[in-house]
Structures are given as C-alpha cells and as structure tokens.
Design a protein around this ligand. Structure first.
Ligand SMILES: Nc1ncnc2c1ncn2[C@@H]1O[C@H](COP(=O)(O)OP(=O)(O)O)[C@@H](O)[C@H]1O
Ligand SMILES: [Mg+2]
Length: 388
C-alpha cells in the first residue's frame, strides 16, 4: 500500500495548459504514478504503486534486490509498458507520447558508454541523433562536461578513465539532453566503496545546480538517506513507506521499514493503556512496562511492536530511577567504531539489545567491558509503536 494517496489519487489526465497554469500543486505532482501494475506472465513485479514526485526533487526508490525498483524505473523511461495504471510526467501521459518525445533520460548501472568513442563524442551522440545543429552541440557538450568537471578529459576514451570519471561522463550524456526527468538506476554500484560517499555528495550538488527532477533506484539505505529529499521503501512490488529520510528513520510505519532503514531494537508486547498522548505496553522482554509518548489507534490488548533505535538507548551502571523503559543485562559484545561503540547487552529475559553509545558517554560510566552488568534505558519519546 502506498501511503502517498494524496497526490496521485486525483489521477486525472488533464494536460498542463501553459506555464502560467502550473500551480504549486502541479509542481508537487510533476511525476504521477497512478495504480501502476506490471506483470511478467503470472508474476507481478509491481503491485499497484501510487506515487507523486515533486518538481526538482531527488526521489529514491529503496528496497532489496528483486522488489521491483528497476521495473518501475524502466516503465518511467518507457522501456517497459505498464500492465495497468498510468504514468504522467508534467501532466502528459507517457503512454500517449512517442519514444522520441518522452522527456525522460535514464542513466544505466553500467553507464553504457561507447568504448570506441571519446568522451566528447559519447556526450554528443544523443544530440547528433536528434539532429541538433553542430554549433549548438559543441556548446552543450562543453557545458555538460564542465558541469561534471570532465572538460579536460574530452578526448579520452572510456577505458582511459576511472570508474568515477566514467560515471560523470554518463551523467553528462544524460544531462546534455535536458530531460525533464532523470532516472538513475543504482548510480553508485560500479564504484569502490571509498569513492562512493564522495560521489554521492557531488552528484547531489550537480543535480541541484541543474535543477532537474530525478528518480533514483538503490538497495543501499545509506545512499538513499544521504542523497534523496524523499524516499519510498519498497518490498515485493509495493511501497511500504514514503517520506523524507528523517521521517522514515524516526517514524518507521512497519517492522519492515524499521529494520530495513538502519538497525533497531524491537520489543513485542500488547497495549494495556492507550491515551492520545501516551501508550503503555506490557512486554515479557523487560522487567517493566514500555511507555511511549504518543497514542495509537487500536483496541486494548492489541499486539504491537516497539522500535527503539540504538542511539536512543543509554547505558548506566546503576539501576535507572524511572519505572518504565529499562532493562538489566550483561555486556556480551562491543564493536568499537571510533567516536562511538555498539554495545550488545543480553537482558535477563533473554533478548539482546544494541546500544550505540558515544565515547564521551562511555567515559562517564567508566567504559563497561565484556561480562559487566549494566542497565539500558530510554525515554518515552524514543519508542515508535509498530502495528504491522
Ligand atoms: N523482463 C522480465 N521478465 C520477467 N521477469 C522480470 C523481468 N524483469 C524483471 N523481472 C522480475 O521482476 C521482479 C522485479 O525485478 P526488478 O525490478 O529488476 O527488481 P529490483 O530492481 O528491485 O532488484 C523480479 O522478480 C524479476 O525477476
Ligand atoms: Mg534493479
């Protein structure tokens, strides 16, 4: 189920009339994916996706391998037809547009550069195909290469470039065509881990500068969090959650989302008190009740799961003073990460809790070590109630 019914639900095919008729609202629905289904024979790769992308934003589709991300992107590129539903870009129904009029460009995972052409010729290729005048091609290619800082490599062949440089050429080749919508399928997957992070930031800066609307696909949650203004978590052809990286991280709506984005501690229990501003949960996993400072909707006794992120959990040597949200256990593992450490604490009832504790906080409690008895605790605002 998509949680973004608001934008796409209207779903009418009204074409945009003129620039002056484009309201902020239309800019919020620059790309509209409406009830899109894709079947391959009997198997359903995309199961009724509704999604709107805003003009100028970098939107990420995030999910594990095989969940349908590339298929959705390929339908946006017009490389795959939709089985049902429709896709509108800037108010125009993609299915009604012949391929050469589709305002979309896709940069492939492999970059697909022509090996026998130099950088300049690779970037110019699409414009030549379109019959753009020579002088204009020269200018546009130059600008695109300058934008990705590859101007001085114009005469090189792809095999004389590093992976990161090839990616920038591929990007220049996509941008030179001035698409309304740029599609990136796993844009970092061919790069070494070390240069990936730097490239993520560079890419965001370039896209920002150009102002192009962009949809990217990735299975890497850190990449999606770093780059995207909003993201959709996908699983088995469906959108599980949609929001800003901050929203999805802080307020996951399902176990799937909570575990897929970052790591988390999950406590199972059932609701014993539900008020608008708080909820109490009985759990066999702690010696006390769970207390969360927001309400839920559901009957008393309803089974729920509480998600508490590792960085929200504090370690203490002494028993905590509060009556809720704590446990007692033994340190079973410590992963030293430099500025912080991940402590695994096995609670008396058997569950292992992971706490992400800063080095500073650790010195204040005399840095516990393996086998030490400690307490974990967290505040009422740390937990998120998950009902599915
Ligand atoms: N051309 C195709 N024919 C048959 N099945 C396909 C085809 N393309 C993709 N699929 C299937 O659709 C599902 C989603 O694939 P894909 O969109 O590539 O996933 P992702 O990009 O999220 O890894 C997979 O089960 C895949 O095997
Ligand atoms: Mg894919």
């Amino acid at each position: 189920m998509s949680s973004d019914q608001s934008g796409a639900a209207a779903g009418n095919a009204a074409p945009s009339l003129s620039m002056s008729a484009v309201s902020d609202n239309a800019a919020d629905r620059f790309v509209q994916i409406v009830d899109v289904v894709k079947k391959f024979g009997e198997s359903v790769a995309v199961k009724g996706v509704n999604l709107s992308v805003k003009k100028g934003e970098l939107f990420a589709l995030l999910g594990s391998s095989g969940c349908g991300k590339s298929t959705l992107l390929r339908m946006l590129a017009g490389l795959e037809t939709v089985t049902s539903g429709k896709i509108l870009i800037d108010g125009e129904d993609l299915a009604q547009l012949p391929p050469y009029r589709r305002p979309v460009n896709m940069m492939f995972q492999s970059y697909a550069l022509f090996p026998h052409m130099n950088v300049e010729a690779n970037v110019a290729f699409g414009l030549k195909q379109e019959g753009v005048p020579k002088a204009e091609i020269k200018d546009r290619v130059q600008n695109a290469l300058d934008l990705v800082q590859m101007g001085r490599f114009a005469k090189r062949k792809p095999n004389q470039l590093s992976g990161g440089q090839q990616q920038r050429v591929a990007l220049a080749r996509s941008l030179v065509k001035r698409p309304k919508l740029l599609l990136l399928d796993e844009p970092m997957s061919a790069l070494d881990k070390q240069i990936r992070q730097r490239t993520q930031i560079e890419l965001v800066n370039i896209l920002d500068k150009v102002g192009v609307t962009c949809m990217m696909v990735t299975h890497d949650q850190e990449e999606a969090m770093t780059m995207a203004s909003r993201l959709a978590v996908m699983s088995e052809g469906e959108i599980i959650q949609l929001g800003t990286p901050h929203e999805v991280y802080e307020y996951p709506n399902t176990r799937f989302s909570a575990e897929f984005i970052g790591s988390t501690n999950l406590f199972d229990g059932h609701v014993v008190e539900d008020e608008p501003d708080h909820v109490f949960i009985d759990t066999p996993e702690l010696p006390c009740r769970l207390y969360v400072n927001h309400g839920i909707t559901g009957p008393l006794g309803m089974p729920v799961t509480i998600s508490v992120r590792p960085e929200r959990i504090a370690l203490t040597r002494k028993p905590p003073e509060g009556a809720y949200n704590w446990g007692k256990g033994v340190v079973t593992n410590i992963a030293y990460m430099g500025g912080y450490s991940l402590y695994h604490v096995k609670l008396e009832a058997g569950k292992t809790v992971i706490a992400n504790v800063t080095s500073l906080a650790l010195t204040e409690i005399d840095t516990p070590t393996w086998g030490d008895e400690v307490y974990v605790r967290w505040s009422a605002s740390a937990g998120v109630v998950l009902t599915s």
